[in-house]
Design a protein around this ligand. Structure first.
Ligand code: SAM
Length: 335
């Protein structure tokens, strides 16, 4: 069966689209206080250009698309774009990742526009702490957004929590307990040496095994949670009586490159085979030159062929090999 198959036999059927490099938060592990230099607006792909890439990807066997950023909800015209995107033939699943600050008043519209599943990033349930880690974010807005999302009829609502030692490890039980109160999946993610966390992530990371042990010590054993797994790398369990599941994403202590099925399109048109760095295929110039379909198709196939066997983030942290002068930043790549 034709499609985007890389050199290691992995079928790439999942495309993450960063629609903007702008974010309205400055999470301490992600962005510097003043933000990073943004690409000039003329470098940012138009929605029409993004849709062209997605159409081509769908013809090459991609079936799932996640919209992310930067913060996707800051980009004007997003709802109309999502409506067009969700109706593209061949798209089986459209999801969106947001920090939730602009979600109040918008969750129902996102569902209407065809977003099936919503991921919300949230690292603290304490308002002061939340403001500190995001450098000014307001927790109340995110919680209102979450409440609206839970009522909007999404197939799944997931909370993504990056666990940072000395910052929010003590909140792990409280987060996990949310799955007892609402049909929400809560996923704990290991900090990666990306963005601002590059120099200190090894010290601040809490391995998944430890986070899981905290959950089970405080709230009881996790039972198997069949049927929860999505396209991604999370491993799930369920607390007794849980409406949602508790998930663990361990890019560093376990890794899941062997089953990575992703390509990432950055807002500036760079098509990125691996989250953690390596070669990119720039699609912007190609799209602006009105490239014919076969050329675009070849560019996608080239990106697939450049996908490395695995990321080298852990090796870089240990000082073996170079991760890159400046750690790549999730806000630019589209986490
Ligand atoms: N603004 C959207 C949001 O907050 O979900 C989408 C972009 S944001 C960069 C995507 C995710 O990347 C967030 O959940 C954030 O916590 C995560 N992230 C950023 N830097 C990270 C790092 N160094 N390690 C692990 N996760 C990181």
């Amino acid at each position: 069966m034709p499609g985007l198959i890389d050199r290691y036999g992995r079928r790439l059927d999942y495309l993450r689209l960063s629609v903007t490099d702008r974010c309205n938060l400055r999470c301490i592990y992600c962005l510097p206080p003043g933000g990073v230099a943004l690409r000039p607006p003329s470098d940012i792909l138009t929605y029409e250009e993004i849709l062209r890439v997605v159409e081509c990807a769908l013809e090459l066997g991609v079936t799932r698309v996640r919209v992310t950023g930067g913060e996707p909800l800051v980009r004007q015209g997003l709802l109309d774009f999502l409506s067009l995107l969700s109706r593209l033939p061949g798209l089986a699943d459209l999801s969106l990742t947001t920090n939730g600050t602009l979600l109040p008043g918008l969750a129902g519209d996102l569902r209407q526009a065809g977003v099936a599943r919503l991921n919300l990033s949230l690292d603290s349930l304490d308002a002061d702490r939340f403001a500190r880690i995001t450098r000014g974010g307001r927790l109340g807005q995110v919680l209102r957004g979450l409440d609206e999302a839970l009522l909007a009829g999404f197939a799944a609502v997931k909370l993504n929590v990056v666990v940072v030692r000395g910052f929010n490890l003590d909140e792990v039980p409280r987060f996990a307990a949310l799955t007892l109160e609402a049909p929400v999946h809560v996923r704990f993610i290991e900090l990666m040496p990306l963005g601002e966390a590059g120099p200190w992530s090894a010290r601040a990371r809490v391995p998944t095994a430890q986070v899981r042990a905290v959950v089970e010590r405080e709230l009881g054993p996790l039972e198997p949670a069949p049927g929860v797994a999505g396209a991604g790398p999370a491993e799930y369990g369920r607390l007794k009586g849980g409406q949602g599941a508790v998930g663990f994403i361990a890019p560093m202590s376990r890794g899941f490159c062997a089953s990575c099925n992703r390509l990432r399109l950055q807002a500036d048109g760079a098509l990125r085979p691996c989250l953690a760095g390596g070669p990119e295929v720039p699609l912007g110039p190609l799209l602006r030159s009105g490239c014919p379909e076969p050329a675009l198709r070849r560019a996608l196939e080239r990106a697939a062929s450049l996908k490395p066997r695995s990321h080298r983030l852990a090796a870089g942290e240990r000082g073996e090999g170079r991760v890159g002068g400046e750690a790549p930043c999730m806000a630019r790549i589209g986490g």
